[in-house]
Design a binder for this molecule. Structure first.
Ligand SMILES: NC(=O)C1=CN([C@@H]2O[C@H](COP(=O)(O)OP(=O)(O)OC[C@H]3O[C@@H](n4cnc5c(N)ncnc54)[C@H](OP(=O)(O)O)[C@@H]3O)[C@@H](O)[C@H]2O)C=CC1
Ligand SMILES: O=C(O)CCC(=O)C(=O)O
Length: 479
């Protein structure tokens, strides 16, 4: 039994959740304690008690701890990557890559702890000095989704601690294993008791406490739009700071002058890898008329060669969908698209088992053509290996189609035209824009986030994370 970490102790939960391997549903990854509301409140209390001392800890102390955590994650990347692949279903190379990213994130924010910002200015009044500093907020609640079970926790926990906050971390109930492994490393890192707390459990119970408890100063959330709206409403009601990263319906434009191989690689990589379960996935490909037929034919050829199977097996390109609910959602969207008049050019069928006969949530990646902008497949996030194709008359039409979405997380263009690439970077209504690169798979040292319905609040990652995890103070002195 894997326990919760509250007030410096490992505690049994009120219930137990079973973590099942989506590549082979006979395989139980482990049993994990589920905290109840009382334990969530205990975690908040312990974080609150630890805050005065931790917020005054030295940059050196924070650096040493975060740097050592990063080193251990990197040293154990293969082992933790295997656990991640086993519980979430992304392929082993993708999972090891995610763990590596988590290690680098801790090291990046270790460095940031040594670079506190601040300004010293003369006042407009004679003899008065003005200091602008950043201070820690207090207790931060961190609520994360299942699709990046260690990288997303890392890019929230590391800055929270680096800037002097205390943390109550609630990972997704579906994939507690990688989160637990990270918490176990943090539990031995030298953090004072109560600075970091892990409360695995249900969003409806543990999550609700974290949103409503007045001792929680800020909530950082990644997940679905529906839950994001609940987080926002609860935080506004009690004036807590919050930050939301939610869905995407990310476009990838392919212009007539594109290198076809680059275009297909970008579309396959960001549409289907990680089983399409990324908020940055290119789920809409917008191709200009002259290249449309060749692009679809080349995509189908590439997709025929993709190996769908056990995430931990060498040579597999696409692991399983995370669970039956998500698989049903993916299949529903493939069906709805066809009912609305689109064509299924390739894939889209569930496979009850892989080539080894292991039962899992397998889905052959789907390419849907002859779609139009108003179809649900072009408006709603599927969160699976399902890509739609729209045809554009020219660049201007493609740009209009790309921006015609309630979301605005990432957007890409494949072109040899500097003019169009430059125009697109300026006029895309997305937070992250890629030229001749996949929309998914971003750097860890630069800002991450979107516009419109995709994100709310300040950016995550890189130096920009300081905006959320600190509060600015302006001090005036007349010596
Ligand atoms: N843009 C993105 O990065 C992501 C988007 N998604 C989208 O969300 C869909 C569902 O994924 P899922 O992970 O279940 O997303 P959710 O939004 O349901 O869950 C995200 C996190 O919020 C928690 N939570 C759920 N309800 C509440 C609540 N009332 N109060 C506080 N916390 C709560 C969840 O806990 P628990 O695990 O117990 O439910 C989980 O830890 C996907 O199909 C996809 O469309 C998902 C992941 C990432
Ligand atoms: O594409 C990436 O690198 C990050 C994606 C992500 O954060 C997400 O899907 O939640």
């Amino acid at each position: 039994m894997f326990k919760n970490f509250i007030a410096g102790e490992w505690l049994d939960g009120a219930r137990v959740s079973r973590n099942i391997n989506p590549s082979d549903t006979r395989d139980l990854v482990g049993e994990y304690a589920q905290a109840d509301a009382a334990q969530a409140r205990l975690a908040v209390a312990s974080a609150e008690a630890a805050f005065p001392a931790w917020s005054m800890s030295t940059p050196q102390q924070r650096f040493d701890i975060l740097d050592a955590v990063g080193s251990e994650i990197l040293a154990r990347r293969t082992e933790i990557g295997d656990l991640l692949a086993r519980e979430e279903g992304k392929t082993l190379p993708e999972a090891v890559g995610e763990v590596t990213r988590a290690g680098h994130i801790f090291k990046f924010f270790a460095g940031e702890a040594l670079r506190p910002g601040g300004e010293l200015l003369p006042s407009v009044r004679p003899g008065v000095g003005v200091e602008i500093t950043r201070e820690a907020l207090g207790v931060i609640a961190i609520i994360t989704p299942w699709n990046f079970p260690i990288a997303i926790p890392a890019w929230k926990i590391a800055p929270a601690l680096a800037y002097g906050n205390c943390v109550v971390f609630k990972p997704a109930d579906l994939v507690p294993g990688s989160a637990w492994a990270l918490a176990e490393i943090l539990s031995r890192s030298g953090l004072p008791q109560g600075v970091f707390n892990l409360v695995m459990g249900r969003g409806s119970e543990v999550g609700t406490v974290l949103l409503e408890d007045a001792r929680v100063s800020a909530v950082t959330f990644t997940g679905s739009v529906g839950t994001g709206q609940k987080v926002a409403a609860a935080c506004v009601a009690r004036m807590a700071k919050f930050q939301l990263e939610m869905g995407g319906k990310n476009p990838l434009i392919v212009l007539d002058d594109a290198d076809l191989d680059v275009a297909v690689n970008c579309a396959v990589q960001s549409g289907f890898y990680s089983t399409g379960q990324r908020c940055t996935a290119s789920s809409r490909v917008i191709v200009s008329e002259g290249l449309q037929q060749r692009f679809v034919a080349a995509m189908v050829e590439k997709m025929k060669a993709l190996k769908v199977g056990n995430a931990r097996q060498i040579g597999i390109d696409i692991g399983p969908v995370v669970d039956q609910t998500q698989l049903n959602q993916d299949l529903d969207y493939v069906r709805i698209a066809q009912q609305e008049g689109a064509s299924l050019a390739f894939g889209g069928e569930a496979l009850a088992e892989n080539e080894q006969g292991q039962p899992g949530f397998y889905l052959r990646p789907a390419l849907i053509t002859e779609t139009s902008p108003e179809m649900r497949i072009n408006r709603e996030e599927v969160f699976g290996p399902v890509v739609s194709v729209q045809t554009a008359r020219d660049y201007e039409h493609a740009l209009a189609l790309a921006n015609d979405t309630p979301f605005g997380l990432a957007a890409g263009i494949v072109t040899r035209s500097l003019k169009h690439a430059t125009h697109f970077k300026r006029h895309s209504q997305a937070g992250m824009v890629m030229v001749n690169l996949p929309t998914a798979g971003v750097d860890y040292h630069v800002p991450f986030g979107g516009r419109k319905g995709s994100s709310y609040g300040s950016r995550e990652q890189g130096r920009y994370a300081a905006e959320f995890y600190t509060v600015v103070k302006t001090a005036y002195t007349l010596p």
